[in-house]
Design a binder for this molecule. Structure first.
Ligand code: CP3
Length: 355
């Protein structure tokens, strides 16, 4: 961090997450959880009902800040993640977005050169996303002093898979098909999303986000040169632009299911930390990923459903595996709606048992 104190000397961050992101090995890893504000919590379900539906909740700054704060009050996590969704960016670029209960997101699509050219320019995203920046400002006022505020966006490849298919897909086949049929058109879409993501994350940082995270949930289906062109290159461009505009703001990258390609991803992209999914062996990752910098992860989310001694044992195993380097404890993917809130408390107690 290149923050300077009154004497002009560089000062070290004090919040646990920022210390880990600056490369410090802490005796107890800081902990937060992907999708920590969500349907497994009765207080989230109540606020969502008050908002009407999921998108109305995202665009209501007071209620979005409230659901962001709920898991902080309940568990005292070291970080809060802004409540929003990665699909707000395609909506801000001009596509229609709606959520079908029990099924997931639906979007109008952009797949032809004309449709992609007709998307709004990157800096027009602020016209739609203003309420999200307001949520960030409220959170910076309301969060406890020790809690780090994380902003986020989807990575261009993952966002593109939804813009091309109009919905979530198991194997991202429609996006791969466009990439193969018309690579320049596909690359133009990736570029447009990359530009918009830089604007969006920059504005979150200006509003008060202290860290930003890039979610590339479908990175695992990119192979060889496609992984380099559409996962590594856009992340590198986004991170370089953010570092130029906002020196000292750390970036976490989550190339989910990148497997062996996790090794080297942080160096290639300039990310301060890579988030590991739960298919990655912690002992392998300590040797091949963490040796180059901070890692985040990677307890399997099903333990939040099943609990018990297996949860405790696996939590301890992950904490121990990453104990000789910078580590932020997290799940390997988002917590699911059927999770038991008591199991989350047990996970947090276990991570912090030697504090
Ligand atoms: O982590 C957090 O708590 C921050 C908020 C957040 C949400 N979505 C809230 C949300 C974040 C970081 C996301 C990221 C996101 N959204 C991703 C990438 C991460 C991942 O999970 O792989 C993706 C692919 C999306 C797109 C998306 N949003 C889908 C596919 C769905 C439907 C699936 C589901 O869980 O219902 C959503 C909805 C969504 N986003 C919910 C939440 C809390 C559930 C909405 C509800 O209340 O019904």
């Amino acid at each position: 961090m290149d923050i300077t104190n009154d004497a002009g000397a560089p000062s070290r961050p004090t919040k646990t997450i920022l210390r880990a992101l600056a490369g410090e090995t802490l005796p107890v890893p800081p902990v937060w959880m992907m999708r920590q504000a969500g349907r497994y919590l009765p207080e989230y379900r109540a606020t969502r009902a008050q908002a009407g539906d999921f998108l109305s909740l995202c665009y209501n700054p007071d209620l979005a800040a409230e659901v962001t704060l709920q898991p902080i009050r309940r568990y005292g996590f070291d970080a809060a993640i802004l409540f929003a969704d990665i699909l707000l960016v395609p909506q801000a670029l001009g596509l229609d977005l709606w959520f079908v209960t029990g099924e997931g997101p639906r979007l109008s699509t952009a797949t032809t050169p004309a449709e992609i050219a007709a998307l709004k320019p990157a800096d027009a995203v602020h016209d739609t996303l203003g309420p999200i920046y307001e949520t960030v400002r409220i959170l910076r006022r309301e969060l406890p002093d020790e809690t780090t505020l994380i902003g986020f966006a989807g990575a261009p490849w993952t966002v593109a898979t939804y813009m091309i298919a109009g919905r979530g897909t198991k194997d991202q086949a429609p996006a791969h098909a466009l990439m193969e049929a018309d690579r320049p058109t596909f690359a133009a879409l990736i570029d447009r999303i990359t530009d918009a993501t830089i604007e969006y994350l920059s504005a979150q940082i200006e509003a008060g986000a202290e860290v930003v995270k890039l979610f590339d949930s479908w990175a695992g289906s990119l192979r060889g040169p496609d992984f380099d062109a559409f996962a590594v290159a856009p992340a590198t461009r986004i991170i370089a632009a953010l570092k130029a505009r906002h020196p000292g703001i750390p970036v976490i990258a989550f190339p989910r299911e990148a497997g062996p390609r996790y090794s080297g991803f942080a160096r290639a992209t300039g990310a301060d930390c890579v988030a590991l999914d739960n298919s990655v062996d912690a002992t392998w990752a300590a040797r091949n990923v963490q040796r180059y910098g901070c890692v985040q992860g990677n307890l399997a989310p099903h333990h939040m459903v099943t609990g018990g001694q297996a949860l405790v044992d696996e939590t301890r195993r992950i904490v121990a595996a990453f104990s000789s380097g910078p580590h932020i404890f997290n799940l390997g993917h988002g917590i699911t709606p059927d999770a038991d809130p008591e199991n989350v408390a047990l996970m947090v107690r276990t991570v912090r048992e030697r504090r």
